[in-house]
Design a protein around this ligand. Sequence first.
Ligand SMILES: Nc1ncnc2c1ncn2[C@@H]1O[C@H](COP(=O)(O)OP(=O)(O)OP(=O)(O)O)[C@@H](O)[C@H]1O
Ligand SMILES: [Mg+2]
Length: 250
Amino acid sequence: MAQQTDIRQVSLDASGVTVAFGGFRALTDVTLSITPGAVHGLIGPNGAGKTTMVNVLTGFQAPTGGQVTLGRRDVGVLSAHDLRRAGIARTFQAGRLFTGFDVLDNLAVTGVGLGHSRHASEVEAMRLLDWMGVPHLAEVPAAGLPYTDERRVGIARALMFAPQFLLLDEPAAGMSETEAADLAALINRVASDLGTGVLLIEHNVGLVLSVSDHVYVLDAGQIIEEGDRGVITASRAVRDAYFGADQEAA
Ligand SMILES: Nc1ncnc2c1ncn2[C@@H]1O[C@H](COP(=O)(O)OP(=O)(O)OP(=O)(O)O)[C@@H](O)[C@H]1O
Ligand SMILES: [Mg+2]
């Protein structure tokens, strides 16, 4: 469908975004762009403003200044629910499933919340679990899931009805290296097979660099570097942010 193709061309942009909590600035003049079909990393030390940025891009936090646009549309004023319906989905840093439901229903509830019928939502949920290679999880109670599967189902829930953008807040936290590598492969497939624009926040910098087409580095609320793996790895500013400016290079 031509319209579908057009929608997938649109990028999600933050322009000069500032967020102040009282006198404290969590973000200052942040400009970034999430493009369809690509993985974008967002890294930075604890408290750098990464989650706040995701909150702004998904309608959970109104910016104090600057703009969020989806194509030509100003979406900075929309609610989180409206943004999800507009195709901007996220996971949470410590996201929890509905423990009283099985996995299929956890996904289906999201579909119903988006305005789809229960039947269509269950079909979409099963299709997604198949696509992720975990159809056997469908009838497992969410309360009994191992940690890694719980994180994976959280991502599946965000992927219901093919959002244009997927923002992942530390999805690999607590995972082993092997589990994190599986997750990296999944993230690549989300971008390349579904055409989704992904923003990946992770403390596992190696994972971010291995999977991202473009990486933004936040420190104390400001973008201090951006570029591909080579640029980030070579950056003095990035090293200073992580290890302290007075640290001598080895
Ligand atoms: N609602 C709030 N009110 C006041 N300060 C806040 C609020 N939310 C975040 N902050 C502060 O803003 C700064 C950025 O927080 P944020 O959670 O965005 O950082 P982060 O980069 O996601 O950190 P982490 O790596 O620990 O998850 C921190 O100093 C935090 O304490
Ligand atoms: Mg955070």
